[in-house]
Design a protein around this ligand. Structure first.
Ligand SMILES: Nc1ncnc2c1ncn2[C@@H]1O[C@H](COP(=O)(O)OP(=O)(O)OP(=O)(O)O)[C@@H](O)[C@H]1O
Ligand SMILES: [Mg+2]
Length: 495
């Protein structure tokens, strides 16, 4: 069907039954025409709602510049009639994707031409990151290779969610930072370009297979050495594919190497140097991958720890709420830690933390979050040497024990024979070595006074009853230090 659209510069007609290729991630491109003759009309897959009146600024930026290696934008914007966003460009002869079909690899001279043209295109619009560089967006027009679809990914990223952007990208060319939904920079385009260069040299981009395999490759994998390329080119591609954005070479450096490589191949001395450079680049790439993996791991631990912390806050708030609900006299004064007071007793807890060291080697516990609960009360002195204050506390840890399959919240308190407070079960932080030793089979200064007992899900009620009971005894002046350690179980459950 012939469709007429009105944009800023004029009226265009396109035929929605005549696509110039299969639809892409951000829209479809159709054969069309205008006063100047035949054109390509790209209809963005984006409702006006999602675009939320954002300006398609790339149109303005690009149409005001003279560009030799970027497909010019003839017109752009929103069509009032259909409410859809459009981009009008000259019709190009074919894409690099189409050019590669049926060709195993390309000659080096052609590879270096394509690459140099693309680098020129990227340098011309220096301040805009393309974000979706791939063979389908490299088009042959007017006797040179030009980059199409500049800035569309950015426009879509601003208008919809990052998640949507991620699913619109082509996995083979997406850089690690895009998989992690981190900020893209011009180094993101350098990475994609390396994938394209490798595809032109060996026939496939560095990471192939199903979606998960490709993702894994970009995040953790090492590209294979290209047997039909010189050490210098292998080294260059390897460094362009570094996982860390700031480790990738500048466009100018890429261009220098690409354009001088053809004359270089014979120079053996340089080749030996390049060989050494390749080895270094390989090592750097491996280091990068390890660092990235570690960062991803820490991020996910932190996320799980934070979610667990929210869950614990709910459990503790339910406990504190029942106390304030059941006694008018109880109050929750503002202090450094969340607390509830009634008469001579104060119950408080620490805001949950993420431990710096997650795996405890001695005990085999894995800890993602921790906190502590503390009861402090005034007690009657029976003899002159008695303390007038009594405190017990317990560690709350979100952990997985060696044979557990899941993480849970546990309560555990400790005691030490030689401690002057030895009749007071105390909390230890999992950052404290004593925590690990007490839970291991090794003899240490501290041992468990109570627990470990899980306190979440079906065990929340007994955790709740235990501490509300201790608090009630403290508030009514009836709490007495236990006469032995570890304390008898009645110490925690007596009412
Ligand atoms: N100006 C143009 N002239 C000729 N063909 C074009 C032009 N622009 C795009 N095409 C072709 O139209 C098809 C669809 O392009 P489109 O940009 O929608 O998808 P893509 O480039 O594969 O993916 P993406 O949405 O990520 O850019 C592609 O096969 C492309 O080669
Ligand atoms: Mg495209």
């Amino acid at each position: 069907m012939k469709i007429e659209i009105r944009l800023t510069e004029g009226t265009w007609i396109f035929d929605d039954s005549d696509p110039l290729g299969p639809p892409g991630g951000f829209g479809e491109v159709f054969r069309g025409s205008g006063e100047c003759g035949p054109v390509a009309v790209k209809r963005l897959m984006l409702t006006a709602d999602a675009a939320a009146h954002r300006e398609l600024t790339l149109g303005a930026t690009l149409s005001s510049r003279t560009l030799t290696n970027v497909v010019p934008v003839l017109d752009y914007g929103q069509d009032a009639q259909s409410d859809r966003y459009f981009l009008v460009m000259p019709i190009c002869d074919y894409s690099l994707e189409q050019h590669l079909v049926g060709r195993e690899t390309l000659e080096w001279s052609e590879i270096s031409n394509v690459t140099a043209d693309v680098i020129d295109g990227l340098m011309e619009v220096g301040d805009i990151v393309h974000r979706d560089l791939k063979p389908g967006n490299i088009l042959w027009h007017d006797g040179r290779w030009k980059i199409a679809d500049f800035g569309i990914a950015k426009f879509v990223e601003n208008s919809t969610s990052l998640q949507t952007l991620k699913t619109s990208l082509t996995p083979q060319y997406a850089a690690p930072e895009q998989w992690l939904m981190m900020r893209s920079t011009s180094a993101t385009d350098v990475y994609a370009l390396a994938c394209i260069v490798q595809e032109m040299i060996v026939g496939d981009p560095p990471f192939t297979g199903d979606f998960d395999a490709i993702r894994d490759g970009h995040l953790r994998g090492q590209p294979e050495r290209m047997p039909n390329a010189s050490a210098r080119i292998n080294g260059l591609v390897r460094s362009m594919l570094r996982k860390a954005q700031d480790g990738r070479p500048s466009l100018q450096r890429c261009k220098d190497i690409i354009t001088s490589a053809q004359t270089d191949v014979e120079a053996t001395a340089k080749n030996a140097l390049a060989e050494a450079g390749l080895q270094i680049a390989t090592q750097q790439a491996e280091d990068d991958a390890k660092r990235l993996e570690e960062e991803t791991r820490i991020l996910s631990i932190k996320q799980q720890g934070d979610e667990a912390a929210d869950e614990l806050l709910l459990i503790l708030n339910r406990m504190f709420d029942t106390i304030t609900d059941s006694s008018e006299a109880a109050n929750r004064p503002y202090s450094t830690a969340p607390s509830v007071c009634l008469g001579p007793a104060e119950l408080s807890f620490e805001i949950p933390n993420n431990p710096p060291r997650v795996h405890l080697e001695g005990s085999g516990w894995t800890v993602y979050a921790f906190s502590q609960i503390k009861l402090r009360c005034d007690i009657e002195r029976v003899s002159y040497s008695d303390e007038s204050e009594y405190t017990i506390s317990a560690s709350l840890v979100y952990a997985k024990r060696p044979n557990d399959s899941d993480f849970r919240w546990f309560e555990i308190s400790f005691w030490a024979m030689n401690s002057s407070f030895w009749k007071q079960p105390v909390a230890l932080s999992p950052n404290d070595r004593n925590f690990d030793v007490a839970l291991s089979t090794t003899m240490g200064v501290f041992s468990a006074a109570f627990g470990p007992h899980s306190i979440d899900a079906e065990d929340e009620q007994s955790f709740h009853d235990r501490w509300v009971g201790l608090f009630a005894r403290g508030a009514s002046g009836k709490l007495r230090p236990p006469q032995q350690m570890p304390p008898p179980s009645t110490f925690f459950s007596d009412s």
